[in-house]
Design a protein around this ligand. Structure first.
Ligand code: BEZ
Length: 182
């Protein structure tokens, strides 16, 4: 019997802009549940070691943004980037990159990442606990396809990147679709 892995049910603490708040910082807390992001949709989630880090900021996140429309053609309803960073950092990162399409999910406590089995120590970089790089296609909260970088480990000296790249995920989605209709 195949047991399909479900994404964990957690609460994410996000910060959203609220024009009814006066002053220089018109943002408020907005709690989101896993089901708000993953329920009733077919989405991609990818996770990385940290906001503003070079590979993530130069390649992985901008490339998911650039290829967003191509993913939509493969029946993907949303793309989420999760990082073990708080909502303030994630919002600042999204603003710095001018993100319009990919949504950032702050997993500041690492609870989602830990329950996904992807939490690793990055004390060798002074980062504390962070996410191993992975991507997944999630269909109504259930993992449909899984893309995990090799070498899952604490304090890894390298930062493998390729399996979870948007190019590889997109190619796989296209191949699976082609195989299904052949
Ligand atoms: C990078 O994305 O390039 C990176 C990630 C974690 C640590 C150092 C660099």
């Amino acid at each position: 019997m195949t047991v399909k892995k479900k994404v964990p049910s957690v609460t994410f603490r996000t910060r959203v802009r609220d024009e009814s708040i006066e002053g220089p910082n018109p943002y408020r807390w907005d709690e989101k549940k896993s089901d708000d992001y993953f329920g009733g949709k077919r989405v991609i989630v990818f996770s990385l070691p940290g906001a503003f880090t070079p590979t993530c900021s130069t390649y992985q996140l901008p490339d998911f943004e650039k290829l967003y429309d191509e993913f939509e053609k493969e029946r993907i309803d949303a793309i989420y980037c999760v990082s073990v960073n708080d909502a303030f950092v994630m919002n600042a990162w999204g603003k710095a990159l001018g993100l319009q399409k990919v949504k950032l999910i702050p997993d500041g406590s690492g609870e989602f990442t830990r329950k996904m089995g992807m939490l690793v120590a990055k004390d060798n970089l002074g980062f504390g606990m962070r996410s191993w790089r992975y991507a997944a296609v999630i269909n109504n909260g259930v993992v449909e396809q899984w893309f995990e970088e090799d070498g899952f480990s604490d304090n890894c000296e390298t930062d493998p990147y390729g399996v979870s790249s948007p190019q590889n995920v997109l190619e796989t989605l296209r191949t699976v679709k082609t195989a299904a209709v052949a």
